[in-house]
Structure formats: structure tokens, C-alpha cells
Design a protein. Structure first.
Lengths: 284, 281
């Protein structure tokens, strides 16, 4: 590798792009979070009052708690189902395995807006799910209007979207497990169950970790799905932190509070990002 | 025999359950939506549902076309292409620079790129910052607004993917080209670009999906109807058509066509890009 300024010149446009469009706005937001910025009018310097207001706001605490539940529940479902799918596809061959992968990945490829819209239509009181419920002798349930069921529906759609992603990473991990290691275990008298738990699973730790961190980030920050599926309702039953952030900004127009809340969510994201950088083990 | 027999029954049961789950959860929702989009309004809410015995109509598609849906389609294509073009050019330069040279601040700069991969994935913390910043600079609601954002959001991942391909090109080729008097830029955009076609295609695919499927940024940055991308149009139909599921499902069905078609042909590339981007061995 050569020591050269040319390297810096080649890298500069990209770095500039990232700094100007992603990093500077974050710094600008920290600045904004110290001011009264209602209706985008720059007002008085408030110090930490916006932060105090965020921490006093019960709705925000509720929303943060809900977000954590939704994020982890969605993650758990994705990883478990993704693992099952990966093991299944790993046992298939050639074109079959490929097409199965494609179908499992479809929900991840189509947009979240469309994905949420498809399920909103299926959950409809006149839709096929309610038809089946009726056929089995249950009454009509308006799933998305029920404060207990709506969060479950939200978790379901988020997990549905990300199963394919978890599957792809875990499958790649499975493929990298050396065959002779499995065979050696079998020769030593391990049954399939033991081979899976004692040989494969430990080697899948890295891909599962990476998938988990990325999906935690993706679920925590998901705004498209709740926006389309429930709009945060009924009441505040699905008002996750991203919806609250959107409301503070574009419904109440209190951009001071919204900036403070953005900075707090950024800090939570940074924890996850550091985790990501730890598990990915990048180097130059 | 009996244990093997039991195992094979279990195996078949698993296979059937797997296929059934895939059909019910991954394919049925799309089929159901396409079906709804082809039904007359009176049939859509018929109870019990009409499974197959309905007359096919294209009226919902005509309605969304009349409401300017294809304009939004053209916009999304233009935004995606712009982001792909800038992303690939700038990303290739950066990938080559990171892979072949040592320079002051290299570690910090690469750290920034890797930091921005998950940052741009979890964009909720960036929504308000980007909005306030763009509004301060007067960059809201322009033809350049979304291409700029889409490029920046997808660039970190693109650099990461392209770099994995540039790494595989032997350094001897660089030297041979230098001896032959090939200029550095002609070398990068000629030889390196050609040799790393697979990763460039994978990166392009990622930028395309990221741009085509993006919704929340466009919803806060874009007001002019002429500049709306596809996903924003669908979301607005949700308010506009309300409970009219015919036009809504028609719009949704059309919007997934490009993603599904490209994905079916380039799926292998996407899968390899996904794993290259996160599982480095």
C-alpha cells in the first residue's frame, strides 16, 4: 500500500457528502435543542429546558417503553423464524434453495409502506382473517382498532418484514460451518440435535449477533410501518418513539422538543451503532 | 427403521409446514392485493368474500393513472437513477482510495463511513435534523432534495460493498497500467470499474431499493405534487381514497413490480451483497 495524498483526494467527495448531509445536521440539532423553536421560529435560549420537558413528558416515557417491547419482540420472532428457515433452506439443494430464499426475502424487498398497506387490508374487518375467524365461530375483531391487539399486529408486521434478512445472514453462517466438524461430531456419536446445539449454534454466534444488532436498529427506528398500519393509534396504543418524534415536530410544531428528543434517540442509536462496529470487526 | 421412519415423517411435515407458511405469509398478501385491485367496488366488500368468481375490471388502475400516478413513478425512477449514478462514481473512487493508499486521517475517515452505515439505516434520529437543516439552507421541496439525501443515505453501504470487490483486484494490475501510461482516472473508471462489475451491480441494487422504497424523508421534505415519489403517493392515497381499497391496492401492486422484477433476476447479487456487507470473514 502506498503512502499518497491521492488517496485522500479520492475519498474526499464521499466523506464530504456524509459530513455535510448526515453529520452536520446532527450537530445543528444539538444546537437547536437548546432553543425555543416552536413553529420553526427561533426563540429564546432555554438551556436544558427542552430536555427537562422531554423527561417530564409521560407520553414520551410510555412511548419509549412501548418501543423497547416492540423492538425486542420483533427481533425475537425474526431471529427464531429466520433460524428455522435458514436450517430448512440449508437442507435443500440448488435451485429450490435459491427460490426459497427469494420468496423469504420478498417482504424485505418491497417497501414498508406497501408491506404495511397489504396487512392493513388483510386485517380489515371485512377481510379474509376475519372471515376465517367467523368461519371458526368467533366474532368480528377489528384488530387495528383494538388497543391490545394493535401493538401485536405492529410487532407481527415488523417481524414479517425482517425474517428474510435474518435468514440470509444465518444461512451464510451455516454454509461457513466446516462439514468435517459436523461429521466428526457425528462419528463421535452425537445425534443431529446435539450437532445443531453444540457444533452449529456456537459457530452461528457472529451472524446472529450481526443480524440482531441491525434488526434492533431497524425496528427501533421504524417509522414507516406504524405510520401506515396504525398511525400510532388507537389512542396511543402503538405510539412508538418515532411516531412521537414525528408528532412533536410535524403535528405540534415544537421543533425544540423534537430536537431534544432526536438527540436522545440518537444517543440510543449510538449505543447500537457501537455494538454494530464491534461485531462487524471492520478494518482498513 | 422406525426411528428413521419417524424422522422422515417429521422431515416431510417440516417441509410442508415451511411451504405452507411461505405461501400464506409471503405470497398470499400480494396475491390478495392484486386480486382486490382487479375487482369492482361492489365485489371488494362482498360478504362472504368472492374468492375467484368476480368480473375483472381495470377501473382502479385508470383512476390512479388519471390522478397522476405515473408522474410519481417517473420521479422515483429519476431519483433512484441519480442516486445510483452519483453513488457509484463517488463510491468507487472512495473504495479504491481506501483500499490502495495510506494517507493522513484514513482510519478516522473509514470509521466515519462504517459509523454511517447503521446511522443511515436507523434514520429516525435523522428525520428532524435533516428537516431543520434543509429548511435552514432552503433546500426543501426541490428536484435535487431527494437525490441528495438518497445518495448520502446509501453511500456508506455502497462504499463498503464496492470495497470488497476492489480488494480482490491484484495490485499488479495497477502497476502494469501505470507502466503503460494509463492515467489514474482512466484506470479507475476503465479497468477497475470493469473488473468490479459484480460489486458495482450489487451496490446499484442496494441504492435502488433504498431510494425506491424510501418514504419518511420524502413525506417531510416534499410538498409539490409534481415532485412526489411513489411511496409518498401511496401514503397520500391512504388519506385521499380512505376506505376505497380498489385504487389503494392498485397503486401498491404497481409499486412493487420494479422491485420484484429486479430482485427475481438479481436476487443472488442482493444476497451476496447483504452478506458481504455484514459478515466479513
Amino acid at each position: 500500500m502506498k503512502e499518497s495524498r491521492l488517496g485522500a483526494v479520492l475519498v474526499a467527495p464521499s466523506i464530504l457528502f456524509l459530513i455535510v448531509i448526515l453529520i452536520v445536521p446532527l450537530i445543528y440539532t444539538v444546537y437547536n435543542s437548546f432553543f425555543d423553536l416552536r413553529f420553526l421560529q427561533m426563540g429564546d435560549f432555554l438551556g436544558f429546558k427542552n430536555y427537562a420537558a422531554v423527561f417530564r413528558n409521560r407520553e414520551i416515557w410510555h412511548s419509549l417503553g412501548l418501543t423497547i417491547i416492540v423492538t425486542f419482540a420483533g427481533l425475537a420472532i425474526s431471529i427464531v423464524v429466520g433460524m428455522l428457515m435458514a436450517v430448512w433452506i440449508h437442507s435443500c439443494q440448488g435451485l429450490t434453495a435459491y427460490f426459497l430464499q427469494i420468496i423469504v426475502l420478498i417482504p424485505w424487498v418491497i417497501s414498508m409502506v406497501v408491506g404495511a398497506l397489504l396487512w392493513k387490508w388483510l386485517f380489515n374487518t371485512m377481510g379474509p382473517i376475519n372471515y376465517l375467524l367467523n368461519a371458526w365461530g368467533y366474532g368480528n375483531v377489528d384488530i387495528l382498532a383494538n388497543p391490545r391487539l394493535a401493538p401485536c399486529a405492529l410487532i407481527f408486521v415488523m417481524a414479517w418484514r425482517t425474517v428474510g434478512f435474518a435468514m440470509v445472514l444465518i444461512l451464510a453462517g451455516l454454509k461457513s460451518v466446516p462439514k468435517d466438524l459436523e461429521e466428526a461430531a457425528e462419528v463421535d456419536g452425537a445425534n443431529r440435535w446435539n450437532v445443531f446445539w453444540r457444533v452449529r449454534l456456537p459457530l452461528l454466534k457472529t451472524p446472529v449477533m450481526i443480524a440482531s444488532v441491525i434488526l434492533l436498529l431497524s425496528n427501533f427506528n421504524n417509522v414507516d410501518v406504524p405510520m401506515v398500519l396504525t398511525g400510532g393509534g388507537p389512542g396511543n396504543a402503538t405510539n412508538v418513539i418515532t411516531m412521537e418524534l414525528y408528532r412533536q415536530g410535524f403535528v405540534y410544531y415544537d421543533f425544540g422538543i423534537a430536537s431534544a428528543l432526536s438527540f436522545i434517540t440518537l444517543l440510543i442509536n449510538v449505543v447500537l451503532i457501537v455494538l454494530y462496529m464491534k461485531v462487524v470487526k471492520y478494518d482498513v | 427403521m422406525s426411528r428413521d421412519g419417524a424422522r422422515s415423517v417429521l422431515r416431510h411435515f417440516g417441509t410442508i409446514a415451511g411451504f405452507a407458511a411461505l405461501i400464506v405469509f409471503n405470497l398470499a398478501p400480494i396475491v390478495w392485493s392484486v386480486r382486490t385491485s382487479l375487482m369492482a367496488p361492489s365485489d371488494i366488500f362482498a360478504y362472504p368474500p368472492k374468492w375467484l368468481d368476480f368480473a375483472i375490471t381495470l377501473e382502479h388502475y385508470e383512476r390512479i393513472v388519471k390522478s397522476g400516478y405515473f408522474q410519481t413513478f417517473r420521479n422515483s425512477i429519476a431519483y433512484s437513477l441519480a442516486a445510483i449514478a452519483i453513488g457509484l462514481i463517488v463510491g468507487l473512487l472512495a473504495a479504491y482510495g481506501f483500499d490502495r493508499f495510506r494517507f493522513l486521517g484514513k482510519k478516522a475517515m473509514f470509521f466515519l463511513v462504517v459509523f454511517c452505515i447503521p446511522l443511515s439505516m436507523g434514520s429516525s434520529a435523522l428525520i428532524i435534523p435533516n428537516y431543520l437543516y434543509f429548511s435552514k439552507l432552503g433546500l426543501l421541496d426541490g428536484w435535487f432534495t431527494l437525490p441528495l439525501l438518497y445518495t448520502a443515505y446509501n453511500l456508506p453501504m455502497a462504499i463498503w460493498i464496492i470495497k470488497s470487490g476492489v480488494e480482490a483486484i491484484p495490485v499488479e494490475i495497477d502497476e502494469a497500467a501505470k507502466i503503460d501510461g494509463c492515467s489514474r482516472f482512466r484506470f479507475i473508471f476503465g479497468i477497475v470499474a470493469v473488473l468490479s462489475r459484480p460489486v458495482l451491480a450489487a451496490a446499484a441494487l442496494f441504492i435502488f431499493l433504498g431510494s425506491w422504497n424510501e418514504f419518511i424523508l420524502s413525506s417531510i421534505m416534499i410538498n409539490k405534487p409534481d415532485l412526489r415519489p411513489v411511496q409518498l403517493a401511496i401514503y397520500q392515497y391512504l388519506g385521499f381514497f380512505g376506505q376505497e381499497w380498489g385504487p389503494l391496492t392498485a397503486a401498491a401492486s404497481v409499486a412493487i413490480v420494479p422491485s420484484i422484477v429486479i430482485f427475481t433476476f438479481l436476487g443472488r447479487m442482493l444476497i451476496s451483497g447483504l452478506t458481504a456487507g455484514s459478515v466479513k470473514s
